[in-house]
Design a protein around this ligand. Structure first.
Ligand code: GLY
Length: 371
């Protein structure tokens, strides 16, 4: 059932291995990369409580010892204080240039540990073992690493590609339904941005996949990772095409900022709502038929996901305030908002040419349904 996706980046190329029970094989998979049988693992307290001993046993099978540091779970960890703690801990463990750091957790741990590996002794190799669906299909692949600044999310970081990614799809069984579906927001995004047949496949198979079918989980993660690998291979440092991966994210970041980057709206939930809004905006601009946003919303609803602004608990700011929050996003270039819009399902493109009044109109109509 296992699948391997190769990320072809020359001297920085690597494999993403996807399948159930990879934790048990972690030692066998990582051993060929090691100069000495020892790794340092950065994790979070939730993942460590559930899975650290399985990882330790998997590494021990190949005679690899492991030291681990578990940071507090949650987005607040992704800042200077815990980053400093992690880097100093790695130095205390005497991690050398030829050693490997293992990032064992969701997106927060992957981004923080990857950035720690990027700067430790001017760069050591790291292996990603992503434990959330979001991290398996998105953040563990492609080499974006970093932490948040008081001025905004992900503003401090580096491109540093992992040496190997082990996406154990059996681990997904310990996620809450909400976390799983939030990660699924990023899976849908791939179909919507570049592969209509994948979206068709998801419409037919995602309910059974969410219910636990392992072969479908492996297929969904592998197809998502393959799309990301193709895009990253074309545009590693986001000079062009890689921005397509931000479909739904301009709306999403405004909604996350408005809701405090917390439990009211998870990132993947914001991506799903943002994708629905991006298709609505595309239809209003005459780029695609109204059937497209209707189909996107119907699928999200069928999956039991947050789909509309009305699904976000609590009050939201006005449309004008949301547009102002979009203006603080990283994707503003030369003062212009960059949007990912679509000509059809699976046919997204990047543009800076979006009349602000149309964005306001889409948001005002979406907010009206909240009243
Ligand atoms: N998550 C978007 C990217 O990796 O470019």
């Amino acid at each position: 059932m296992e699948r391997v996706v190769h990320v072809p980046l020359g001297s920085r190329a690597y494999d993403v291995v996807i399948g159930p029970d990879l934790l048990a094989q972690a030692g066998k998979r990582i051993a060929p990369l090691l100069k000495r049988p020892r790794v340092a693992v950065l994790s979070d307290e939730t993942v460590a409580a559930l899975h650290l001993e399985s990882l330790r046993a998997g590494l021990a099978e190949a005679g690899i010892e492991m030291e681990a540091l578990a940071l507090p779970a949650g987005e607040a960890t992704k800042g200077w204080p815990q980053f400093t703690r992690a880097v100093e801990w790695l130095l205390e463990q005497k991690i050398e240039r030829n050693d490997i750091v293992v990032a064992f957790g969701g997106g927060v741990i992957g981004d923080l540990a990857g950035f720690a590996a990027a700067v430790l002794r001017r760069g050591v190799r790291f292996v990603q073992i992503p434990t959330s669906l979001l991290a398996q299909v998105d953040s563990s692949v492609g080499g974006k690493t970093g932490i948040n600044a008081p001025q905004g999310k992900n503003l401090i970081g580096a491109f540093h590609q992992p040496t190997l990614v082990l996406a154990d799809t059996a681990i997904l069984g310990t996620l809450t339904e909400r976390d799983f579906l939030a990660g699924y927001g990023e899976v849908v995004k791939y179909g919507l941005l570049g592969d209509a047949t994948f979206f068709d496949w998801l419409e037919a198979n995602a309910p059974a996949m969410a219910a636990g079918d392992m072969a479908l989980r492996v297929e969904a993660v592998a197809r998502s990772v393959q799309m990301k690998a193709d895009i990253v291979a074309r545009d590693e440092t986001e000079q062009g095409d890689r921005a397509l991966l931000n479909l739904g994210h301009t709306f999403c970041h405004a909604l996350e900022a408005a809701t405090g980057y917390g439990d009211r709206l998870l990132h993947g939930e914001g991506v799903a709502i943002g994708c629905a809004l991006a298709f609505e905006l595309s239809a209003r601009l005459g780029l695609c038929s109204q059937e497209c946003p209707s189909r996107v919303r119907a699928h999200l609803k069928a999956m039991g996901m947050k789909t509309d602004l009305a699904d976000i608990p609590g009050d939201l700011p006005s449309a004008a305030e949301l547009v102002a929050l979009m203006g603080q996003d990283k994707k503003v270039v030369g003062g212009k908002l960059h949007f990912i819009l679509a000509r059809d399902i699976g046919e997204a493109f990047v543009t800076a040419d979006v009349p602000q009044e149309k964005v306001l109109e889409v948001l005002e109509d979406a907010l009206r349904q909240c009243a």
